[in-house]
Design a binder for this molecule. Structure first.
Ligand SMILES: [Zn+2]
Length: 306
């Protein structure tokens, strides 16, 4: 699978060279949290509030996750939005003080392919600087809002390298109307960017079965799939020498349900089986020892960017 290197304009055929240097097998359980509020969504039918929303839930919900982790000695990677860091600086300090990895989820939860390359660079650069100031950590990882690093926004991988990031965690092998890149690696691996650089990629959790990639481990998929499937997927990943991953949003542990102004289909995607999803998430958190990406892949992340 070769890249159309250098041709950033040919979005229809652009892809990444996925198997430059696969990472050594690991069987860790990776906990990742996208630190954002209830209104940080990108649904087509969603009309965000005109001004800054009065109701904020990101602090109490993230604090609940921090408490759950502290109780069991688990740690994770917290991909924090730059605007959340601006409005809730104490939250970023608490995440870092608890020993978690602070990573970047962009500035304001815009889809990369709508944001465009120039604003992506300046927004994400600002967000990273703010997160580094607050956390005292070198921010190494990035995850695109709504997995929006797709064929249309592969330029972002080069921008991340140039901004100083050491890994990306945005590629999702399952394509739908909002996100996805079916050539995403099945497990963490080095990828070759369009510009010819090498960047470590930690893809979204998807279980490969023949030609299929079954998404799981978070969001809609965790809510809809039975718990036994999630457990089976984790066992199969481990047998293959791959890590498992959970991706969590603070709103998913919220007991307060907020009615989102969405169309019927997107309302279903956002809200179906919320309570069941919360139960499964809380159960899975107790069944494994969870670790941050930067710990498990320290060697790969420290490898020189070439
Ligand atoms: Zn997000």
């Amino acid at each position: 699978m070769s890249a159309t290197t250098g041709d950033r304009t040919n979005a229809a055929t652009a892809t990444v060279d996925l198997h430059a240097r696969p990472a050594a097998p690991r069987t860790a359980a990776l906990l990742t949290v996208d630190v954002e509020d209830w209104f940080h969504v990108n649904y087509r039918s969603f009309r965000p509030p005109a001004g800054p929303p009065a109701l904020r839930r990101v602090e109490p919900n993230t604090d609940r996750l921090l408490e759950l982790c502290a109780r069991r000695g688990d740690r994770g990677t917290f991909f924090v939005l730059g605007c959340v860091a601006q409005d809730h600086p104490g939250l970023v300090r608490r995440i870092a003080a608890a020993g978690h990895e602070v990573a970047c989820h962009g500035l304001a939860h815009e889809l990369l392919y709508e944001q465009g390359e120039a604003r992506f660079r300046s927004d994400v650069g600002d967000a990273r600087a703010r997160l580094q100031d607050l956390s005292g950590q070198s921010v190494l990882g990035f995850r695109a809002p709504s997995w929006s690093l797709t064929r249309r926004s592969l330029w972002a991988l080069d921008a991340l390298v140039e901004l100083g990031f050491r890994y990306d965690a945005s590629l999702f092998a399952v394509e739908n109307y909002m996100y996805g890149l079916r050539e995403a690696p099945p497990a963490p691996a080095f990828v070759r960017t369009l510009g010819g650089a090498t960047l470590f990629e930690v893809p979204a959790p998807a279980l490969r079965v023949g030609p299929l990639a079954i998404p799981h481990g978070g969001g809609f998929y965790l809510r809809m799939l039975p718990l036994w499937f999630e457990r089976l997927a984790m066992r199969l990943h481990a047998r293959r020498g791959e890590p498992s991953m959970l991706y969590v949003h603070p709103r998913e542990v919220d007991e307060v349900e907020i009615a989102m102004p969405l169309g019927a289909l997107e309302s279903f995607i956002q809200s179906a089986r919320v309570a069941a999803g919360r139960r499964k998430l809380l159960r899975l958190l107790t069944e494994h020892t969870w670790q941050p990406i930067a710990d498990v892949y320290a060697d790969e992340i420290a490898a020189p960017v070439v």
